[in-house]
Write a protein that binds this ligand. Structure first.
Ligand SMILES: [Zn+2]
Length: 249
């Protein structure tokens, strides 16, 4: 069943892709949202709850963006304006984390497909949790199922800064999200850290489950997360750091 679409089309002078970087750069009280981020979520768990992200004085612009009726998603199997806006916002937020101890290019959201409401956001926490499976997508899907006390996330879309690896795409299928929208591709990521070269769309096709996989979306912004010099320095310490001469298959 198609979710109800809004009748009104509120005017918007700037896209979130334009507004949010400006918002982060000019927000009063310090550099971006790092205070709020440290203030919740927290610790190794790194829980980031959608509405809470924008709590407090600095939330005006982002809250307004999230609550606009135009944020309702067209559930069709194609990339929508909302997808681009959500990915731009996710990439901008993840970029803010590069200046914290939680720096990673990998971050994922679970969003209600019909309303555009952000349910949860999680960063990759492999190192923080000493868990090779603590990829952002796995973490956010697990946390959302627990939060909603359900084994099916039908009616939800997974947004992720990087194309899901086979493990994460499998998790997306097992959790029954409707759609997966990603930013950078596995090939993009492979220039910086080791990857498993199975496209997410291939994983979906080889299953008997239904999930639309869309991407790349906001690829430039998401690739920039990997190319940030702080991230480059961090990745050199990773076990999965890319060797100088990558083995050819
Ligand atoms: Zn993964």
């Amino acid at each position: 069943m198609r979710p109800r679409q809004p009748n009104r089309t509120p005017a918007r002078e700037k896209s979130p892709a334009t507004i949010l970087p400006e918002f982060f750069a000019t927000a009063p009280g310090g550099p971006g949202l790092s205070g709020e981020i440290d203030g919740f979520g927290t610790g190794a768990d790194g829980i980031v709850d959608g509405p809470a992200i924008f709590r407090g004085q600095r939330c005006g612009v982002a809250c307004a963006l999230l609550s606009q009726e135009t944020m309702a998603i067209d559930p069709s199997p194609s990339i929508t304006d909302f997808d681009r806006q959500q990915m731009a916002q996710l990439a901008a937020w993840t970029a803010r984390q590069l200046g914290t101890t939680r720096q990673t290019p990998f971050c994922a959201d679970v969003v209600e497909t019909g309303t555009g409401r952000l349910v949860l956001r999680r960063l990759n926490a492999v190192a923080a949790e000493w868990d090779p499976s603590s990829h952002a997508e796995v973490r956010v899907l697990r946390a959302t199922c627990k939060k909603l006390k359900t084994l099916s996330l039908k009616g939800h879309t997974l947004y992720t800064t990087c194309e899901p690896c086979p493990m994460c795409m499998s998790m997306a299928l097992w959790s029954a999200v409707d759609r997966v929208v990603f930013g950078a591709t596995i090939k993009d990521a492979s220039r910086h850290c080791r990857q498993i070269y199975v496209p997410a769309k291939t994983v979906a096709k080889r299953s008997d489950m239904t999930c639309v996989v869309l991407g790349p979306v906001e690829r430039v912004a998401c690739v920039a997360l990997f190319e940030d010099e702080r991230m480059q320095a961090m990745m050199k310490t990773w076990r999965h750091a890319k060797p100088k001469a990558a083995p050819k298959s």
